[in-house]
Design a protein around this ligand. Structure first.
Ligand SMILES: [Zn+2]
Length: 134
């Protein structure tokens, strides 16, 4: 796997790795997973990786860049694209899954700017592909 040359390519590739991981990790042995907001079942390759808090994917701390993977879950195209993420249902699901404090934290984190480098994205891309193969 070659290091991406532009920030745009690095970001795109990292997101693709995260999306593949989130959707396939949720799938059963036959590759089927459920949309978390409407319950429709489809092959993970047909599902989207839908954000709860829009625009929140990456964070950074003393250990370096990380992904707010709890902010991304499988959704069908209908919910993610045409029904704006079904955010009212998504919110209830998040509170059930992670608790209210964590769900609120994601909402707060949205406003913290994160400056990512090509190497930050590249590190994440490799981590998520490794996790996929594990
Ligand atoms: Zn759906």
């Amino acid at each position: 796997m070659k290091r991406p040359r532009t920030l745009k390519a690095a970001k795109h590739r990292a997101w693709r790795a995260i999306s593949n991981f989130v959707r396939s990790a949720a799938a059963d042995d036959e590759g089927y997973a459920q949309c978390i907001t409407c319950g429709n079942i489809d092959h993970w390759k047909n599902l989207h990786a839908g954000h709860y808090v829009h625009g929140l994917t990456y964070g950074k701390d003393k250990d370096g860049p990380f992904v707010w993977v709890e902010n991304v879950h499988p959704q069908c195209a209908g919910c993610n694209t045409y029904r704006n993420g079904q955010l009212h249902i998504y919110t209830l699901w998040m509170v059930d899954m992670y608790g209210r404090d964590f769900t609120e934290r994601l909402i707060v984190e949205r406003h913290k700017p994160v400056k990512m480098s090509i190497d930050d994205y590249w590190k994440i891309e490799r981590e998520f592909y490794d996790a996929l193969e594990a």
